[in-house]
Design a protein around this ligand. Structure first.
Ligand SMILES: Cc1cc2nc3c(=O)[nH]c(=O)nc-3n(C[C@H](O)[C@H](O)[C@H](O)COP(=O)(O)OP(=O)(O)OC[C@H]3O[C@@H](n4cnc5c(N)ncnc54)[C@H](O)[C@@H]3O)c2cc1C
Length: 502
């Protein structure tokens, strides 16, 4: 009722202010200017801030994007809703008036325009949606998308609980869960999105609905990999799991140890069938002090037990240069993993998924030498990160109702690779982006030639140029389109820019 009345008032306001400067001609017809969209919404939204360029609030919000290319975009305004009702008003107005917008939760997606927009639109910044509460006697937690995983874990800590969220505190709840989400708990419990029990979502027509296994199960399934196609999620319900202390840390090795470490990682991934409580991630990264690559192995076991067998058998035989493995509190541990990726550096990411194999990661690393090794710029470097996607992860997802990703136990153990190219001089951006695209192609070709490439492209690690949705397979895309047709039949959400569109 409140919403209907507000939209009616908005329409009147639009009419009253309408003048030629407030409309712009685009290829697809005439639309109000983004400035006009912002000004009109300002007259109706009571508790939500509308921030314009030059204001300290606007600057503060922009500066919290993880990568500079996203932070540099200048939407006509940033709208910070504090209630789901305000999200309803914004969506209803934007879709009815054809105002373009982007949506941001934690702002950690890596490519320009994934969760921010230029002056032809406005950004809905969800950071003001901050409600969080334990439900069902502590067995579930309801989380609003303005929170980061660090905030969620800080809330859960006094209860000795954890949930299937990101491994770095700054990552936002919203984007992580709408792209999948690999957690420390994923080897046993599946992806973050496999664990969502209920979504509260604002659809394109401005209605708020719930999607879960019993109610709108089609939308529930599609949202598990839904990106920006179905609506703005204003609340996620997740299960909680007891976890306080764990063993883990980073072990640093000379780059020469990489081939041996990848072999260990194949074995450790296979052993997850016996004990899924561990995780081994390998990252070859540039060490500016020694001016060479080194390998960082992240080894984790979700209980206070050192080098548990059979998971980490043999790892101790490879001598590290240094390390931080210890039994520690989960929070302390997350602070360490949160420091790993350099923030505010120009970067381009890409990803590939392939059958667990010890040789391919090292060969992709060597291709990096060919393509990027002769870079003279001091700030330019690249990292190759490999982590397991084990059979247990896929079967856990299937048991929880399945997802659109097209991965199943039949795929066998997989490695998920994230390649990140960094630089500091913006004048090098065109060159670095071109080199990253070349590196992506060469790496894909190599995995394909060896018969190891899996179709799946992980949304949360992908470059904006990768065909993420297509990688879920024809059947799943067909199903996702049917769900889209049902919940947004006129494709009103085409004004929502960013993410991956069906
Ligand atoms: C330091 C760092 C650590 C990371 N660690 C992990 C990790 O451990 N595991 C992992 O799997 N990934 C990880 N990632 C990748 C991360 O999952 C993605 O970048 C993810 O998209 C970030 O979510 P966000 O909310 O912060 O991003 P945003 O950039 O805010 O959003 C990403 C996308 O989701 C959409 N979106 C956001 N909220 C909503 C909503 N409520 N409703 C509808 N659409 C929405 C946005 O429009 C955008 O398209 C990490 C990234 C970084 C930079």
């Amino acid at each position: 009722m409140y919403t209907e009345l507000s939209i009616f008032l908005l329409t009147l306001v639009m009419g009253a202010f309408a003048s030629q400067e407030q409309f712009q001609t685009f290829d697809d017809g005439v639309r109000p200017t983004a400035q006009h969209c912002c000004n009109t919404l300002e007259t109706v939204l009571s508790s939500s801030a509308i921030l314009y360029t030059g204001s300290s609030g606007y600057t503060a919000q922009s500066s919290t994007y993880f990568v500079p290319d996203q932070a540099a975009q200048r939407p006509a305004c940033r709208i910070a809703p504090t209630t789901a009702d305000d999200v309803v008003l914004i969506v209803k107005f934007a879709t009815a008036s054809r105002c373009e917008f982007a949506v941001r939760s934690g702002g950690h997606m890596s490519w320009e325009g994934s969760s921010n927009i230029g002056p032809n639109g406005f950004t809905i910044d969800l950071q003001g949606l901050r409600s969080i509460e334990l439900q069902d006697g502590g067995e579930t937690i309801s989380i609003a998308p303005g929170l980061t995983w660090g905030e969620v874990y800080a809330f859960l800590k006094p209860h000795g609980l954890h949930t299937v969220g990101a491994r770095a505190p700054g990552v936002g709840v919203g984007g992580f869960l709408l792209g999948g989400g690999v957690s420390f708990l994923s080897m046993e419990h599946g992806l973050g999105s496999d664990n969502v029990l209920d979504y509260e979502v604002v659809l394109s027509n401005g209605s708020i609905v719930h999607a879960n296994q019993a109610e709108r199960s089609d939308l529930f399934w599609a949202l598990k990999g839904g990106s920006t196609n179905y609506g703005i999620v204003t609340r996620f319900l997740m299960p909680t799991m007891p976890l306080t202390q764990l063993w883990g840390g980073f072990l640093k090795y000379s780059v020469n140890a990489a081939p041996q470490l990848y072999e260990r990682m194949v074995k450790a991934t296979d052993q997850l069938k016996v004990d899924p409580r561990g995780l081994m991630v390998l990252c070859t990264a540039w060490n500016p002090a020694t001016k060479e690559h080194a390998v960082w192995a992240l080894a984790v076991y979700l209980a206070p037990l050192e080098y548990p067998s059979p998971l980490f058998e043999g790892l101790q035989d490879i001598e590290p240069i240094g390390g931080t493995t210890r039994i520690a509190d989960l929070g302390e541990f997350l602070n360490e993993t949160g420091q790993v990726l350099p923030k505010s550096q120009y970067s381009q990411w890409f990803t590939l998924t392939f059958k667990a194999d010890a040789n391919l990661p090292w060969d992709v690393q060597l291709k990096g030498e060919d393509i990027l090794g002769d870079l003279e710029s001091p700030g330019a470097h690249w990292e190759v990160l490999v982590q397991p996607m084990n059979e247990g992860m896929f079967s856990a997802g299937q048991k929880r109702g399945g997802n659109p990703f097209g991965l199943s136990v039949e795929n066998g153990d997989q490695f998920l690779m994230l390649v990140m190219v960094f630089w500091t001089n913006p004048e090098e951006s065109a060159l670095m982006k071109a080199k990253t695209q070349e590196y992506l192609k060469v790496s894909m070709d190599l995995a394909r030639e060896r018969g190891l490439l899996t179709k799946f492209i992980y949304a949360n690690y992908a470059s904006g140029t990768q065909n993420v949705l297509e990688s879920y397979g024809e059947e799943n895309i067909k199903k996702m389109r049917i769900v889209k047709e049902k919940y947004d039949p006129d494709d009103l959400l085409k004004v929502w820019k960013g993410g991956w569109k069906l």
